[in-house]
Design a protein around this ligand. Sequence first.
Ligand code: NAD
Ligand code: WQD
Length: 358
Amino acid sequence: MIQSKVILITGGAGFIGSHACLVLLEAGYRLIVLDNFSNSSSESLRRVQELAGAEAASRLVVVEGDIRSADDLSRAFRAGVETAGSEVQTTCPVDAVVHFAGLKAVGESIADPLAYWEVNVAGSLQLLSAMRAHGCRTIVFSSSATVYGIPEQVPIPETAPVRPINPYGQTKAAVEQLLADLAASEPCWRIARLRYFNPVGAHPSGRLGEDPQGTPNNLFPFVSQVAVGRRESLQVYGGDWPTPDGSGVRDYIHVMDLAEGHLAALETLLSEEPQLLTANLGSGQGHSVLEVVAAFAQASGRPVPYQLVNRRAGDAACSLADPAFAASRLGWRTQRSLDEMCRDGWAWQQANPKGYSS
Ligand code: NAD
Ligand code: WQD
């Protein structure tokens, strides 16, 4: 019997991780999810199993634990041995790690940088040490376009300077550097550093989606909560940016496209010689805040009232990926439009007005 590869997914219960788990299960992988549920619920993984069907669901094992804990990491790697089954014992029970676990709110990182350095940097260090101890040297890392800071050039190529402007971005840049140092010290590492632009939307079933705790920081969840009636109106941060309609422009990427980008990166790493690769995951297409508001109102059939207010500190006028490298090296490009992001985001919001606790 051919055993499928075993992938350890840290943070697999979260927004992006849950969609990636579904895509990887559908591609035939065995998954171990390690999550401490600090910003998610096990309900997302239950739904991943339900969407994947019974056979695929049996290939997902959940380990509740923290990436900062060597014991929890050992439990997750041991779960890899059990998942690989008794017929075939490999020296490397976990074939690769996809590392989503982390904290991601810019404002919170400014207020509590210690927490961000501890979870994002010390947690990644602990994970990488455990990987080395268990003979696993393949990792896909969730980095962010935030490492570019305020870009000098748009679309932004991967060669643009890494100049983060807040502690969250500093932690992502630090882990990127750590991964580059590891690759230089031991050339057998296979590493993908994926810089996501603005992930939004939801699985088209409306069963998986983004479930922010408290007031959303990001545009998309805020707009959808206004449309569903949980919030009165949106504040548009700045109407005087040097953009066509004066509001900020971003490269929104459907979370299913992003999940498929992880599959492409993982398969590239597993099938090629060891390497360190760094790829933007974005569409290269920009949409303004006012365009998002109009598209969401259209998709939901609900009004999205808004007021123009002052610019938010730390924002750029425009952030767009140059997606050429991902297309040529990973054979991956985005497929889904802004209207599909709004349609699927709305289906999720409507069916789950209070997220997974609805
Ligand atoms: P999320 O908060 O929904 O998911 C993160 C998951 O990690 C959650 O399930 C959380 O419970 C878990 N987690 C947090 N700390 C942990 C710890 N110490 N041990 C184990 N599990 C832990 O976030 P997301 O939007 O799915 O983001 C996933 C990754 O992608 C993060 O690293 C984030 O920085 C990065 N990223 C996100 C965005 C975005 O806009 N969503 C953009 C760029 C990069
Ligand atoms: C998008 C646009 C705002 C909220 C952030 C992180 C980045 C990455 C993705 C993790 C901007 C405007 C927003 C609102 C608004 N995350 N806006 N009213 O700032 O591009 O990126 O999320 O890595 O690191 O910085 O995304 O969704 O916050 O903002 O007008 O209530 O919407 O000014 O133009 P951002 P966002």
